[in-house]
Design a binder for this molecule. Structure first.
Ligand code: T3D
Length: 262
């Protein structure tokens, strides 16, 4: 896999471990990290031998959000809208629309637009010392990167507004109770345990993982009648795949299936 200045990618069999690598600034997003993460996510998504991706942060944080030392100041000149649409949105949407699961392994602070990155992944494992932090109100900003979308759906409108307005640092256990993460593990086991879970998922049928994700995304937006038909379309693809034939044969022959992703 390629080398990047601010992101590393490691292969663990069919799992790719993608690490934000600016630990001295708690993996805050500067231009290089925005550029590198987009390239890294595209590379991982395009590689069919990668079945599951894990995203984490080097050092003691997942990400502290935008790099505040690089925020341009001065009235009305800086086009943050363009930056978000052209430099953040592409990697966030690459993960959201990825044809494979992405798991965020969240260590320490997961703040600002870094929290949107943690939340956009399909599954989230948090270290027991990690927290999700809507850091925006503290510096006079609003949530971005899709944070309101994720928070409103996970928490409902009132809780979502509360954590945005108060800037509560939502601890891992509370994130678990509130549906903002799937698992909480000891901090020193975060990557190991997330990789182990990713390996388990990587052994499951790739098309099934891919299209279940697609159906769930549609289910968040569409009425049930539309979803029944959307699922039926995806089921048509799956049931006619080599993997579905293999899965059924393996079940009847009482053996483990050999998935090909087609
Ligand atoms: O331009 C755009 O990209 C637009 C998009 C904006 C969206 C956003 O994300 S806005 C939100 C930006 N993020 C923040 O406001 C969070 C700021 N950071 C913090 O509140 C705290 O650092 C944390 C709660 C995340 C962690 O606290 P703590 O006490 O564990 O660490 P610390 O001592 O505050 O920080 C450690 C170092 O990281 C420190 O540097 P130093 O003193 O060791 O040289 C600190 O300045 C640096 N750091 C932390 N956050 C950022 C940062 N450097 C640059 N940018 C940061 N966001």
């Amino acid at each position: 896999m390629s080398q990047y200045e601010t992101v590393t990618i490691e292969r663990h069999d069919a799992v790719a471990l993608v690490t934000l690598n600016r630990p001295d600034s708690l993996n805050a997003f500067n231009a290089a990290l925005r550029r590198d993460l987009l390239q890294a996510v595209r590379e991982v998504n395009a590689d069919d031998t990668v079945r599951v991706a894990v995203l984490t942060g080097a050092g003691r944080a997942f990400s502290a959000g935008a790099d505040l030392t690089e925020l341009p100041t001065g009235a009305g000149v800086f086009r943050v809208e363009d930056m978000i649409n052209h430099e953040y949105k592409p990697f966030l949407m690459e993960i959201f629309d990825a044809p494979k699961p992405w798991i965020s392994a969240v260590n320490g602070a997961c703040a600002g637009i870094g929290s949107a990155l943690g939340m956009v992944c399909d599954l989230t494992v948090m270290a027991d010392n990690a927290f999700l932090y809507q850091a925006f109100a503290a510096i006079g900003l609003v949530p971005d990167g899709g944070a309101t979308w994720h928070l409103a759906r996970a928490l409902g409108r009132k809780r979502a507004y509360e954590v945005i307005a108060t800037g509560e640092k939502i601890k891992a256990q509370k994130c678990l109770d509130w549906g903002l993460c799937n698992r909480v593990v000891p901090a020193d086991k975060l990557v190991e345990e997330t990789l182990a879970w990713a390996q388990e998922l990587a052994a499951r049928a790739p098309l099934s993982l891919r299209y279940a994700k697609q159906a769930l995304h549609a289910a968040l937006e569409e009425p049930v009648a539309t979803i029944i038909s959307a699922e039926a379309k995806l089921q048509h693809i799956c049931i006619n795949s080599a993997d579905a034939a293999e899965g059924t044969a393996a079940f009847l022959q009482k053996r483990a299936p050999q998935w090909q992703g087609r």
